[in-house]
Design a protein around this ligand. Structure first.
Ligand SMILES: [Zn+2]
Ligand SMILES: [Zn+2]
Length: 238
């Protein structure tokens, strides 16, 4: 296509013959073309970006449609890619989201409140459904978490701090400084307390005790279990 006059070249290019010729040439030289475009794209990154953006702006609706179809067809691929990316950028994401949350505390609070109010029923339904779906898994996770916390506060020998009761169903996490009542008043269940303890890296101030000793302590004005009182009286008598 050695035309000296650009107008002639355009004529040739848009003619049936020219189109056919170009198509055939492109097919024959696929590899060559691909390499050429690749090289061009690397050398002209900014320009390519601009071109893409322009093309996108021109056919926004069309691109949106295509994008939607592609995303639906490649759901798994996208999910895997996102997972991989998030795993690789964990720290960066954490820092960024922390900064964002601190900057936009009030906005986030209001938004989530509003969202919760608007979608109360839907959310409750979803939570219920999720629970039904993963019942066994959630239960197992809860037990695992409980064991982790119990093990930590009883030095891997789970038993009541006071009387030595070993049956897991009798044991609970106890506040050493007796503010369990305050906690319950605030509506923090033992399940949430366990999650909170793990999330906060096992802070001090907790012990494992059985229901009896827990109750005994809370009834006693000195906050000492009857067992301990009896023991010290015995020792003092001797
Ligand atoms: Zn006990
Ligand atoms: Zn006791």
């Amino acid at each position: 296509m050695p035309y000296k006059n650009p107008e002639d070249e355009i004529k040739w290019r848009t003619s049936d013959f020219g189109r056919k010729w170009i198509k055939e040439w492109n097919l024959k030289n696929k590899e060559k073309l691909r390499e050429y475009y690749k090289r061009w794209e690397i050398e002209n990154k900014e320009k390519r970006k601009e071109q893409h953006q322009e093309r996108y702006k021109k056919n926004k609706e069309h691109h949106k449609k295509i994008g939607k179809i592609w995303r639906e067809q490649n759901k798994e691929k996208i999910r895997d890619h996102g997972k991989k990316w998030r795993n690789e950028n964990k720290e960066n994401i954490a820092i960024k989201s922390k900064i964002y949350r601190e900057k936009n505390k009030e906005i986030i609070k209001n938004k989530s409140k509003l969202y919760h109010l608007k979608n109360k029923e839907r959310q409750n339904k979803r939570v219920k459904l999720n629970y039904q779906k993963n019942k066994e898994k959630i239960k197992l996770n809860d037990i695992n978490d409980r064991m982790k916390v119990y093990n930590h506060y009883s030095n891997y020998n789970i038993k009541c701090n006071c009387c030595g009761e070993k049956h897991i169903d009798f044991l609970s996490i106890d506040h050493i400084d007796n503010n369990g009542y305050e906690q319950r008043k605030k509506g923090i269940s033992s399940k949430r307390l366990i999650k909170w303890i793990i999330k906060n890296n096992y802070p001090s101030g907790f012990q494992i005790s059985c229901m009896n000793c827990n109750h005994g302590r809370s009834r006693n004005p000195e906050r000492i279990c009857v067992h301990q009182k009896e023991l010290s009286e015995k020792i003092l008598k001797l």
